[in-house]
Design a protein around this ligand. Structure first.
Ligand code: N01
Length: 548
């Protein structure tokens, strides 16, 4: 039974970058809004991921809002790739500038949401008892927010400390003099390993699948390289949404790798490697599409690994060989491969020595037990759907989102879900989200959603719902686009392969921002043909055709 049940126009779940942006937008439209956030502060990913080395792999000048000049022009990034504390500070700065906290309930998790057909509204249950009702439900829970901690035998009996990269303690953790195991070598592990190697007495890196990683080439930024001081930097931030990834890169060669000479290929890849960062994957036009081209680039990176790592056997174990480069999210590192040249670091190849279980003092791999004081899980997330399907969302006729998505997520344009009226997902499955600059993706969705709510206010509609036909058609398109790339060729979290039992569906939209932007603009221009408003198809309203 609810202690209180307040009523709002909009309830937003999550106060990360998506939730904050959405709150500011709906407020500016004169709507009442309440945000529920499980953490004690704003920031989302950048609130939770406080692990040593946590850093953005998008340059700061692109990793900031553009919807209001104040919060982009007045902010200064100290480094090319800002570290977690600075991004968290930025989130707090934005919250202060717009006085966002007064509409956010912190330390409160939404544990149920039910659509009421009689009132066209959602009723939310929270673990704090502060329940709420709202016409619209906006889900801003993040794509990588439900941590994956594998169920390994004996873990409950392990006497040491355990951590997950995405639930890092707020107070600093001291690893000095300790024997530490890191499990996982994705983006989080690749960032953690060099830092932990500096602190710990002994570091074991437990690798199941090696990652391709590109050096970040991080550096300090000067006063003249900021959005507020440099017109070129500013112009590029505003140009970013028109690019494929939401980031402006320079010096890219639009030609296909297979169409250039070996000399030109080497020169361009060396240049991109020296530039550093994820832009390496854009060095040529077809790295993500053509297997042969991709192979050349993967060979180039494997050669760099062999250069960096002194022990040839270790270097070979660090070389990915069974998936195309980029099919798992490319990692961006500072000193990752070089760390394996340290005497206190050992790479444990779990393919040769699988984890058999935990003892009170360590981890048994293959035929030996590693004595460890601390275990750091860098084992990733139940990505894109985990936080949504665990929230107890029930749409029309009691349909549970977890059931509706049992065979994989299905959305219309990555925004709405058939059977779940008045509910919108920000940067959810079926949208570019994790494949592009997340801030650009978020701002785009928030603007589209704001326009939809305004359209409904103007037309007096109280309910919208995605049609099953529009959703099926979008899901087909998302799958077709993914099949035309190499992205489906790895057992990645993009396809849910990291979570036992999760359906293998490629979840984000791989067509790039321009195609997606055009598609969602077309939907608006055509009067929302994929939606039904108060029982009337949007296309009928738009064309003025007779209502039946
Ligand atoms: O997680 P991951 P992440 N036994 O899923 C291994 C973003 N991000 O937190 O590949 C042993 O990529 C797993 O092995 P395998 C970014 O989008 C960004 O690192 O499944 N190992 C893998 O090595 C990124 O892609 C930034 O065989 C197990 C690792 O754990 C996403 O978040 C920084 C295992 C998980 O890698 C997720 O990255 C950090 C098991 N049972 C994160 N289960 C930046 O901006 C899993 N693994 C830089």
């Amino acid at each position: 039974m609810a202690l209180t049940e307040d009523t709002y126009d909009v309830v937003i779940v999550g106060a990360g970058f998506a939730g904050m942006c959405a709150l500011q937008r709906v407020r500016s439209q004169g709507m009442t809004c309440r945000v529920f956030e499980a953490g004690d502060d704003v920031g989302g990913t950048w609130y939770w991921n406080r692990y040593p080395g946590a850093r953005c792999d998008v340059e700061g000048r692109f990793y900031c809002y553009s919807f209001d000049d104040r919060i982009s022009h007045d902010w200064t990034w100290s480094e090319r790739y800002p570290a977690q504390p600075e991004i968290y500070d930025y989130a707090r700065y934005v919250a202060d500038e717009f006085d966002l906290r007064k509409d956010i309930t912190f330390g409160t998790r939404v544990v149920g949401a039910r659509f009421d057909e009689d009132t066209d509204s959602w009723t939310l249950r929270t673990d704090g008892g502060a329940d709420a009702r709202a016409r619209f439900l906006l889900l801003a829970v993040g794509c990588l927010s439900t941590s994956n901690v594998p169920e390994l035998p004996g873990i409950a009996g392990f006497a040491g400390r355990t951590f997950h990269s995405g639930q890092w303690p707020r107070e600093p953790v001291d690893f000095a003099g300790r024997s530490v195991a890191v499990i996982g070598t994705g983006s989080s592990g690749v960032q953690l390993v060099p830092q932990l190697a500096e602190q710990a007495e002994r570091l074991y890196v437990l690798q199941r699948t090696p990652s391709f990683s590109v050096p970040a080439r991080n550096r300090k930024l000067g006063d003249t390289e900021q959005i507020g001081t440099n017109p070129t930097v500013r112009a590029e931030r505003y140009q970013a949404p028109q690019t494929r990834t939401g980031i402006v890169y320079h010096g890219l060669d639009p030609r296909n790798v297979v169409d250039v000479s070996a000399g030109d290929r080497e020169e361009q890849l060396r240049w991109a490697w020296t530039e550093g960062g994820a832009g390496f994957m854009q060095a040529f036009g077809d790295i993500g599409r053509n297997e042969e081209s991709n192979g050349y680039v993967a060979d180039f990176v494997r050669d760099r690994i062999r250069e960096y790592v002194i022990d040839p056997a270790v270097a070979e174990r660090l070389c990915p060989t069974d998936y195309p480069i980029g099919a798992k999210r490319i990692c961006v590192d500072t000193g990752y491969y070089e760390t394996y040249n340290r005497d206190n670091v050992e790479l444990v190849d779990l393919r040769a020595e699988p984890i058999r279980g935990f003892t009170p003092d360590g981890i048994t791999v293959g035929e030996r037990t590693l004595d460890v004081d601390d275990v750091v899980f860098a084992t990733g997330y139940d990505a894109m759907t985990g936080s949504l399907t665990r929230m107890g969302i029930e749409g029309r006729d009691g349909l549970r989102l977890a059931d509706a998505w049992a065979a994989g997520p299905a959305t219309h344009l990555g925004l709405g879900v058939a059977g779940f009226p008045n509910m919108l997902v920000i940067a959810g499955p079926g949208s570019p989200s994790v494949l592009v600059n997340m801030i650009v993706a978020i701002e785009q969705h928030v603007a589209w959603i704001g326009d939809l709510l305004e359209y409904m206010r103007a037309s007096g509609a109280t309910r919208f719902e995605v049609t099953a036909q529009a959703q099926d058609s979008w899901v087909r398109h998302v799958n077709e686009v993914a099949a035309g790339s190499l992205l489906t060729r790895a057992a990645s979290w993009y396809v849910g392969a990291n979570i036992p039992g999760k359906p293998r569906i490629f979840m984000p939209y791989a067509g790039g921002l321009p195609a997606y932007t055009q598609r969602i603009a077309d939907e608006v221009a055509a009067g929302y043909p994929g939606l039904v408003f108060d029982g009337v198809p949007g296309a009928v309203v738009a064309t003025g055709a007779e209502r039946t």
